[in-house]
Design a protein. Structure first.
Length: 66
């Protein structure tokens, strides 16, 4: 698929925003009194962070090509 520069830029902005929120979620859950109770949520958030980081890098590469 071919996306416009504007679409890619907006997608990157949204990904960065979501990454910020996910990182804050991880900090909050890890700081809880018993973080082991939130292991599944922490794992899910960490995996999503990595996926969004990859997507962000791919978008950046695509933007450099344009």
């Amino acid at each position: 698929m071919d996306f416009s520069r504007e679409e890619l830029t907006e997608a990157k902005r949204q990904i960065d925003s979501t990454l910020h929120k996910l990182r804050e979620t991880v900090k909050t859950l890890a700081a809880k009194e018993r973080p082991e109770r939130y292991r599944s949520q922490l794992t899910l958030a960490t995996r999503r962070i990595r996926a969004f980081e990859i997507a962000g890098c791919l978008i950046e590469e695509r933007l450099l090509e344009k």
